[in-house]
Write a new protein. Structure first.
Length: 342
């Protein structure tokens, strides 16, 4: 009790000092809270990789997406794509046995061209694609092999590391025609593969002979860096509603029209047909993929890739079976900006 009285008496006698100490303590606490508080990072909005301005109302009205088809509640990283630098590109060309570059300009951009007889390597600076066509190229760095459909995928990964300088895991699809093997490859970012827009799908397509010689190559030369940001995926029940909305970012491509089908007489050069006549859409497969189109920017975002089938009707009202590939935005809408809004 005496101690408390003594403390009160001391405070009364030193009131100015106590007040100054209290003010100083408050200031210190405020400064420390500012210095060490955890800032909530701003949630960046990304441009959608494609617009919502597509025809084909019959298509969107018929697309059925089940909630069970899409994994709900998942978040995935956002990646940033970078072009190979000149030294990396020239190293690939040198390994293919070419030198002496020339520059060409056309309406769709600048090309670099290396030639040897009838063979050539060409690099498209807009699409970031390197193509090879010509005589078979022996690849001593890979050793002599006898390829099969079962070993061509692993051989491609060896080729990618040794020749292209890409150390990555791939999702590959191997097709055989006679004694040659075509490997279509998508780099994997985590467990999600990277795809190109349109009908191409695979960023790298390489053709090899049975002996492992390179017959042709088309490779999009990009590296991918995790930005540290993540985005949530649109759940299936919301996607089923969004995809029918005209303003929702999506695009569709009709393909797999039989070459013997008379409809091909009215196809465009890519074998596509107007979406306006597409009906009876049945979606058979949905996959989360990273969509990368250099023309759309360097952000690599997740989209839903849907594969299905349906019919188109020609000018004589004859129906033809076709397959359809749909790309639809998979990022929560609050994190997406339409190209038309930029």
């Amino acid at each position: 009790m005496n101690t408390l009285k003594q403390l009160i008496q001391w405070i009364k006698q030193n009131r100015d000092y106590v007040l100054l100490l209290a003010v100083f303590s408050v200031i210190v606490v405020l400064i420390l809270s500012i210095l060490f508080r955890k800032e909530t990072p701003e949630r960046m909005a990304y441009p959608a990789p494609f617009s919502a301005e597509q025809s084909g109302e019959h298509l969107w009205g018929n697309v059925k997406v089940s909630e069970d088809d899409v994994e709900s509640g998942r978040t995935v990283p956002v990646y940033h794509a970078s072009e190979f630098d000149r030294d990396m590109r020239d190293a690939i060309v040198s390994k293919l046995g070419f030198s002496g570059v020339t520059e060409e300009r056309s309406g769709d951009g600048v090309y670099y061209l290396w030639t040897r007889g009838e063979s050539f390597v060409r690099y498209n600076t807009v699409r970031k694609e390197l193509d090879y066509n010509g005589d078979p190229i022996l690849l001593p760095a890979l050793g002599r092999v006898t390829l099969t459909a079962d070993t061509a995928g692993a051989y491609f990964e060896h080729f990618s590391e040794e020749i292209l300088g890409i150390s990555s895991s791939f999702s590959t699809n191997v097709t055989q025609a006679g004694s040659s093997f075509t490997v279509s490859a998508s780099p994997l970012l985590g467990d999600i593969r990277v795809v190109n827009g349109g009908n191409r799908e695979y960023p790298i397509i390489a053709q090899f002979s049975e002996d492992g010689d390179l017959l042709s190559l088309s490779a999009q030369l990009s590296t991918f860096r995790d930005t540290g940001d993540t985005v949530g995926l649109v759940p299936g029940d919301d996607l089923a509603e969004y995809i029918r909305t005209q303003s929702y970012p999506k695009e569709a491509f009709l393909d797999s029209i039989s070459s013997g089908d008379p409809l091909c007489e009215t196809c465009d050069p890519y074998g596509l047909y107007s979406l306006d006549s597409f009906t009876d859409a049945v979606i058979s497969d949905i996959e989360v993929v990273y969509y990368y189109d250099p023309l759309a920017g360097a952000d690599v975002l997740p989209v839903y890739r849907m594969v299905g089938s349906g019919t188109v009707v020609d000018e004589e009202s004859v129906t033809h079976p076709v397959s359809v590939v749909i790309y639809a935005n998979a990022v929560e809408p609050s994190r997406i900006v339409l190209p038309s809004d930029l």
